[in-house]
Ligand binder design. Structure first.
Ligand SMILES: Nc1ncnc2c1ncn2[C@@H]1O[C@H](COP(=O)(O)OP(=O)(O)OP(=O)(O)O)[C@@H](O)[C@H]1O
Ligand SMILES: [Mg+2]
Length: 385
């Protein structure tokens, strides 16, 4: 089956005075796995519900393929939605749960007359083949005769997925479908889901508030905040080139550190002053900082890009040491998240557990200058050449 594109064109949704989604434009490629991510209440579910036809947009257009679907009824949009609370029919066996939607659709329109029995039998056979094929794909063949209450959470989840897949929809819409599973099962199901989506090639829009899940699943990620799309890009793009401080601190754990820095001139070139230290900057950064000499900017550095003299890789372009005081150490086995006080600001460094630091002592740290990010302190927008 041919995969379809999905397009939102300047879509706004208001609930009374609440603007749930604000001028949302997003183009999803056929077969793409797009993840919508953002904090609670940012409008993710509303976007999905509008695509499914369960909410009408206040403004804007929605397309599935070339077809504008604003006025198309949910049933005729041919999308399958999997929710967090994937209610299975409790009185039906797994087999019938999966087959139910297909039967409704395929047998609709058939007039129950004696002359149609042959046709109905052929349809039943086709449905049976599809159900068994999908059950095999999701490894739930042995569960087909069970009732939902006789299944584990993960198995139920797979039945819900099977029910969506069996319909071969134009698009899958998934709203936090894994959030009811425990951590281990969630990791496992997530990996399976990714493989399955690649195999089926069906355009998928997946909603989560978990940025880690977004990073592992998405071909591209759309980051939302307060109903507004902040950035769309591959996991690499949103991680390495965040468009603003929101994306920078939302994607990645622990979040990117933001520090105020003064733009000064050193040896005729712009540099950044943090406390008593002056950091040289790369050529690309110098260009954007030149007009801002004398001003303050926000400097971003990821916890993974902070080193001590002991941990510094030999080829890294590092700053001179900054004076930091160890505030709190959070052990994570091989590494520690070390909370540091630098020039009145708190900064988290992810350091090898082999770095022996103790709370209250001084630890000179070095920043990887190639991985500095610069943001406008007023707008929060990334400053790029
Ligand atoms: N039917 C409704 N009536 C009024 N306000 C609504 C309605 N549905 C959603 N909202 C509001 O719209 C905003 C977006 O809600 P939405 O459910 O899309 O967020 P979300 O990103 O899915 O959040 P979560 O991660 O918590 O599920 C919220 O402020 C919410 O309160
Ligand atoms: Mg939601």
């Amino acid at each position: 089956m041919k995969a379809e594109s999905v397009r939102f064109e300047k879509v706004t949704k208001r609930f009374g005075a609440v603007v749930a989604v604000n001028c949302f434009t997003l183009h999803i490629q056929p077969g793409e796995f797009m993840v919508l991510v953002g904090p609670s209440g940012c409008g993710k579910t509303t976007v999905l519900r509008m695509l499914a036809g369960l909410e009408d947009p206040t403004e804007g257009e929605i397309y599935i393929g070339e077809r504008r679907v604003n006025e198309v009824s949910p049933r005729d949009r041919d999308v399958a939605m999997v929710f967090q609370n994937y209610a299975l029919y409790p009185h039906m066996r797994v087999y019938d749960n999966i087959a139910f939607g297909l039967r409704l659709r395929e047998l609709r329109g058939i007039v129950w007359q004696l002359t149609h029995w042959g046709e109905a039998r052929a349809i039943r056979k086709r449905i049976d083949e599809r159900v068994r094929q999908v059950a095999q794909m999701l490894e739930i063949e042995s569960l087909l005769h069970r009732l939902p209450k006789e299944l584990s959470g993960g198995q139920r989840q797979r039945v819900a997925l099977a029910r969506a897949i069996v319909r071969q929809p134009k698009a899958f819409l998934m709203d936090e479908p894994l959030s009811n599973l425990d951590a281990k099962l969630r990791d496992q199901t997530r990996a399976e889901l990714k493989k399955l989506q690649e195999r089926l090639g069906i355009t998928t829009i997946y909603v989560t508030h978990d940025q880690k899940e977004a990073m592992t699943l998405g071909t591209r990620i759309a980051v939302m905040k307060d109903g507004v799309l902040q950035q769309v890009g591959t996991p690499d793009e949103v991680y390495f080139q965040p468009a603003n401080t929101f994306v920078a601190t939302f994607i990645g754990t622990p979040p990117m550190n933001l520090l105020q820095a003064q733009v000064v001139e050193q040896y005729g070139k712009p540099a950044l002053r943090v406390g008593s230290a002056t950091l040289p900057v790369l050529q690309a950064h110098a260009q954007v900082l030149q007009p801002r000499i004398g001003q303050t900017v926000l400097m971003g550095i990821r916890p993974q890009d902070i080193y001590t003299d002991r941990t510094a890789p030999p080829d890294a372009l590092l700053s001179e040491p900054l004076h930091a005081v160890v505030d709190v150490i959070e052990p994570h086995g091989d590494r520690n998240d070390v909370h540091l006080l630098v020039n009145g600001a708190t900064l988290i460094a992810q350091l090898s557990a082999r770095v022996k630091a103790s709370e209250g002592t001084t630890l000179p740290i070095r920043l990887h200058l190639e991985y500095l990010h610069l943001f406008d302190p007023t707008t929060g927008e990334a400053m790029r050449a």
